[in-house]
Design a binder for this molecule. Structure first.
Ligand SMILES: [Zn+2]
Length: 327
C-alpha cells in the first residue's frame, strides 16, 4: 500500500512549478519533481498545503503528456535549490549547503518535461485542518524531505487520522481502492466550483429540502452529485440529491446508506449512538427519487454494506493483475 503526501501551495518548494488548483479532483506534476515516475493508479494521495492536511483519496488514473517548463537555478552552482526572499537584497539565495550564493536573478532555462496529471475525485475525503504540517512531515518515510511528492508511512498516518484528534474512519479508502482496481466505482461528489448551476437545479427540483432530514435553509444544503466512474474513464451522471452538510459527509463515508429495497436510511451502529443520527435510522427519504437515483443508491449500498463484493465485478482477477502494480 503506497501513499503519497503531495504538496499543494505556493512557496520555495514549488519554484518553477505550474500546478493545478482544485485539490479535490486532480493534481499535476512533471518529470523535474523527485519521485515523479513512481506514483501509480491505486496509490493513496494525501494533499497538504505546508501548514495543514487538506484531504485524501485514491488515484483513479494518471494522464501523461509532454510540455516545457522554465527552470530556475543558481548562477553559481547550477542547482535548483533557490528561493526568492521577501525583503532582503539581493533577492535570491541558494540553499545548497556548499554554495549559499546570493544573487539578483536566477539562471532560467526552458526544458522539455513529461507531465503527469492524477485524477482522484471519486474517493475524495475533505479533512482540511485535521492534521498539522509538522505532524504530517513526521509521518513521512523521510521526515526531513523537502520534496513535493513524499512517501507517507500509511499505517501510522491512518492510525493518527482514525484515533487522534478529529478521529475519522478511513475504511472508505480501502473500499475505493478495491473498487477502482475492479474498474468500477460509484460515489457522491461534493458540489465544486462551477457546479453552482447544478445545485441551483436541485434547489428548483426539490426545494429547500434535505433528502435525509427534511426542510433546511439553503445555506446548509450541498449538492451530492451522483455519478459512476467506470474503467473506460467515463463519468456517468445519475443526477443528484440535496443533503445537509453533516449528513452528506456521513453518506460519503458510508456511515449513512440508503437501503435500495425500502428506500429507507440505514445508519451504522456506531453513528446511531448519536441521538440526532440514531433517529434517522429506518426513516424514509424525504423526497421522491427517479429510477436513475435508485440504480446509484443500490451501488452505494453494495459498496458500503456488502463485505468484499464489488458490484458486478466478482469474477475479476486480483487488483494487482488488473492495474499492473509493482509488488
Ligand atoms: Zn548555488
Amino acid at each position: 500500500m503506497v501513499a503519497w503526501l503531495m504538496y499543494l501551495g505556493d512557496g520555495p518548494k514549488r519554484v518553477g512549478g505550474g500546478y493545478d488548483d482544485n485539490p479535490s479532483t486532480h493534481y499535476s506534476w512533471d518529470s523535474k519533481v523527485p519521485n515523479h515516475a513512481y506514483v501509480r493508479v491505486g496509490d493513496t494521495i494525501v494533499l497538504w498545503d505546508g501548514d495543514t492536511l487538506l484531504g485524501l483519496s485514491v488515484i483513479e488514473d494518471i494522464a501523461t503528456g509532454t510540455g516545457t517548463k522554465d527552470c530556475s537555478s543558481c548562477p553559481s552552482c547550477g542547482k535548483a535549490d533557490i528561493a526568492a526572499r521577501k525583503t532582503m537584497t539581493p533577492k535570491y539565495r541558494c540553499w545548497t549547503k556548499t554554495c549559499k550564493a546570493e544573487f539578483d536573478s536566477p539562471t532560467v532555462e526552458t526544458v522539455s518535461v513529461v507531465t503527469y496529471r492524477a485524477r482522484y475525485e471519486a474517493g475524495w475525503i475533505d479533512l482540511r485542518g485535521h492534521v498539522d504540517g509538522k505532524e504530517l512531515r513526521d509521518l513521512c518515510e523521510e521526515t526531513t524531505s523537502q520534496n513535493a511528492l513524499r512517501r507517507l508511512r500509511w499505517d501510522d498516518f491512518r492510525t493518527r487520522v482514525e484515533t487522534g484528534k478529529n478521529a475519522t474512519p478511513l475504511d472508505i479508502i480501502d473500499k475505493t481502492r478495491k473498487v477502482i482496481a475492479g474498474g468500477h466505482t460509484t460515489r457522491t461528489v461534493r458540489a465544486r466550483n462551477g457546479q453552482a448551476a447544478f445545485r441551483s437545479t436541485l434547489l428548483e427540483d426539490f426545494g429547500e429540502v434535505c433528502a435525509f432530514t427534511g426542510p433546511m435553509p439553503a445555506v446548509v444544503l450541498e449538492a451530492a452529485h451522483l455519478y459512476s466512474y467506470a474503467a473506460n474513464g467515463k463519468h456517468h451522471t445519475f443526477g443528484g440529491l440535496l443533503l445537509r452538510r453533516d449528513v452528506h459527509r456521513l453518506f460519503d463515508l458510508g456511515q449513512i446508506a440508503i437501503d435500495p429495497s425500502t428506500l429507507t436510511l440505514d445508519v451504522t451502529a456506531g453513528t446511531r449512538k448519536y441521538p440526532d443520527y440514531g433517529k434517522l435510522h429506518g426513516q424514509a427519504l424525504t423526497v421522491p427519487v427517479t429510477k436513475a437515483h435508485k440504480k446509484w443508491i443500490a451501488e452505494h449500498w453494495d459498496m458500503h454494506r456488502t463485505t468484499n463484493t464489488i458490484p458486478g465485478q466478482s469474477t475479476k482477477p486480483p487488483a494487482a493483475a488488473v492495474m499492473g502494480l509493482a509488488p
